[in-house]
Design a protein around this ligand. Structure first.
Ligand code: FEO
Length: 398
C-alpha cells in the first residue's frame, strides 16, 4: 500500500511502522513498536533520504513508487548505515540500479562490508553541497550520533533537517507523522528511552552536533524514527541538550536483584527512608523483571542510584551483572551512588559493586550494607544511613 505523506511540497515521508519486532537491535524492548522513516525529495533530480529496515520491503516500495509516478531515483542519501535504515539499499538498487549513493568516507567501507556495494558512489565531506535543481542539499558530519559515519542532510531555504537517529523515538506513528499530530504524552517515555538506550553513550558527540546544528535555522526535523518535528523543535533540542549534559532531576532509582525477598526488603526499606527524608521521585526496579532499558532510562532522569544484590554462586546476581555491564559500557556521568548486598554465607555482590563504582566514577555517598539473610535491626539502621546520605546529597545538588 502506498502510505506516503507529503511533508512540504514535493517532499514526502515514505516510512514504515514496525509493530511486529519485539526487540530493537535484538536487545531493546519495543512495547509500542518503532517507525523507520525514509523520505523522498522530488526536484529536477529525485532523491531518497535513508531507507528502512528490510522486513517491510513491499510496503516501502509501494510508497516509493507511488510518490515517484514513474520517475527514477537519482540519488540515495545514506545518512546512517545501521541496517534499520540501510536495509533496503540492495532492493532499492535492484529497482533503481542507476542511482548514485551519497555518503562520506566512513559510509562506503560499511556499505561494502554489509552489502557488497561499491559502485555509483558520491563521497561528500563536512559542509559539502549537492544541487538537485531548485534545492541544494548540505551535508554535515555528526559522528557517533549514532555510528562513526553518521551525517545529517540539510535543505536551506526550507530549513529542513534530515537528522538520522538524532531526535528519534521508539514507538510507531499511529495515524499522524508530525509532532502536532501524535500523542506526545503517550510517546514521552519512548522518546527518552530511545535517547538513553541508543544515543545515550554518546553525550559528548551529541553536544558537538548540537552546537553545529545550532547555527542552522530549522523549521522541520525529519528523523529516522518517531515523529517529524515542526512545532516542538525547541523542546526536543532542549531535551537532547539536557540529556547529553547528563543533567538530572532530584530523585532516586533503586535497582535490586533478589532471590528470596530479603534484598527486595532492603530496597523497600531504603525507599521508605528516602521518602521520609523528602525525596518523592523514587523508582524501584527488580532487575529480574524489568529490562535494563527502562532502568537506564530512569537513571538518565534521576540523580541518585542505589543498587542492591544478593550473592549468587560467589558473585553478583546475573541480572544485576547485566545492568552493571550496560551502565559501564554507556559511561553515564554525573550521578550519586550507594549499594548494598545480601550474602547468606560467602557474599559476592559487594566486591563487584566496588569495581563498578571505581569504573563508573560516580560519587559513592554511603558505606555499603551487607545483610546475612533477613534484615536485623542493625541492617534497618544501615539502610536508613544509606537513604539519609543519598537524600542529603540529592537535596544538596538541587
Ligand atoms: Fe536507527 Fe542507529 O539506527
Amino acid at each position: 500500500m502506498n502510505s506516503s505523506i507529503e511533508i512540504t511540497p514535493n517532499i514526502y515521508w515514505i516510512g514504515i511502522n514496525d509493530r511486529r519486532t519485539h526487540i530493537f537491535e535484538n536487545y531493546w524492548p519495543l512495547p509500542k513498536g518503532v517507525a523507520y522513516n525514509s523520505y523522498v525529495i522530488l526536484d529536477e533530480k529525485v532523491v531518497v533520504v535513508d531507507t528502512v529496515e528490510r522486513s517491510h520491503m513491499d510496503d516501502y516500495l509501494d510508497s516509493l513508487e507511488g510518490v515517484l509516478q514513474g520517475r527514477r531515483v537519482d540519488y540515495l542519501i545514506i545518512n546512517h548505515m545501521e541496517p534499520d535504515h540501510s536495509g533496503a539499499i540492495k532492493t532499492l538498487l535492484c529497482h533503481h540500479p542507476e542511482m548514485t549513493l551519497v555518503g562520506n568516507s566512513k559510509t562506503f567501507p560499511m556499505l561494502q562490508n554489509y552489502y557488497g556495494v561499491e559502485h555509483n558512489l558520491l563521497e561528500v565531506k563536512e559542509g559539502d553541497s549537492l544541487n538537485i535543481g531548485q534545492r541544494t542539499l548540505n551535508f554535515y558530519m555528526v559522528p557517533m550520533l549514532h555510528w562513526p559515519e553518521t551525517m545529517v542532510t540539510y535543505i536551506p531555504d526550507e530549513n529542513i533537517l534530515f537528522s538520522g537517529d538524532a531526535f528519534g523515538a521508539f514507538g510507531t506513528l499511529d495515524g499522524g507523522i508530525f509532532d502536532d499530530e501524535v500523542d506526545l504524552d503517550y510517546l514521552e517515555e519512548e522518546i527518552s528511552r530511545y535517547y538513553s538506550n541508543i544515543v545515550g553513550k554518546y553525550g559528548v558527540p551529541t553536544q558537538t552536533a548540537l552546537k553545529k546544528l545550532n547555527a542552522l535555522p530549522i523549521n522541520t526535523i525529519c528523523a529516522t524514527h518517531g515523529p517529524i518535528w515542526r512545532n516542538h523543535i525547541n523542546n526536543i533540542i532542549a531535551k537532547y541538550d539536557k540529556w547529553s549534559k547528563y543533567e538530572t532531576e532530584a530523585g532516586a532509582v533503586i535497582a535490586f536483584s533478589s532471590m528470596y525477598g530479603h534484598t527486595e526488603q532492603m530496597a523497600d526499606t531504603i525507599g521508605r527512608f528516602l521518602v521520609r527524608e523528602g525525596i518523592k521521585k523514587i523508582r524501584i526496579h527488580d532487575t529480574s523483571k524489568t529490562h535494563p532499558s527502562y532502568i537506564i532510562n530512569d537513571i538518565f532522569r534521576y540523580k541518585g542510584v542505589i543498587l542492591g544484590s544478593c550473592a549468587y554462586n560467589g558473585g553478583i546476581f546475573p541480572t544485576m551483572e547485566n545492568l552493571l555491564c550496560e551502565l559501564e559500557c554507556m559511561g553515564i556521568k554525573n550521578h550519586l551512588l550507594a549499594y548494598f548486598g545480601n550474602k547468606t554465607w560467602g557474599g559476592g555482590a559487594i566486591p563487584r559493586f566496588k569495581t563498578f563504582a571505581e569504573k563508573i566514577k560516580w560519587e559513592v555517598v554511603a558505606e555499603p550494607n551487607e545483610t546475612l539473610g533477613a534484615m536485623k535491626p542493625s541492617d534497618i539502621e544501615q539502610c536508613k544511613n544509606i537513604a539519609v546520605a543519598m537524600a542529603n546529597k540529592i537535596k544538596a545538588n538541587e
